[in-house]
Design a protein. Structure first.
Length: 96
């Protein structure tokens, strides 16, 4: 579980990142979850964009991705989800 200062730090770190995944009409599928999990192991912090044609509410998409990838939901702002998962092999971000 992330604390408030840690979430603020991660939001600041994610500010310059571009979303590398998009959730569209098909919603969240197992292939997408595995790709996001792999990306989290490599990057630790990433953004996911929820497209307007997505039939699942963005809050549910954020919750599903967080649960299924074992990551922490840092922020849901607009249609952008920020996820964080600490990588033990490829540690890049040092939390305060």
């Amino acid at each position: 579980m992330l604390t408030g200062p840690q979430k603020r730090f991660l939001r600041k770190e994610a500010h310059g990142l571009q979303p590398i995944f998009q959730v569209g009409k098909g919603g969240v599928n197992p292939n997408m979850v595995s790709q996001i999990s792999d990306a989290l192991l490599a990057r630790e912090l990433l953004k996911v964009s929820v497209l307007q044609n997505c039939e699942v509410p963005k809050e549910e998409v954020a919750e599903m991705l967080s649960e299924r990838t074992g990551s922490e939901l840092v922020q849901l702002i607009g249609r952008t989800i920020i996820l964080y998962k600490e990588s033990h092999k490829n540690k890049q971000i040092e939390l305060p």
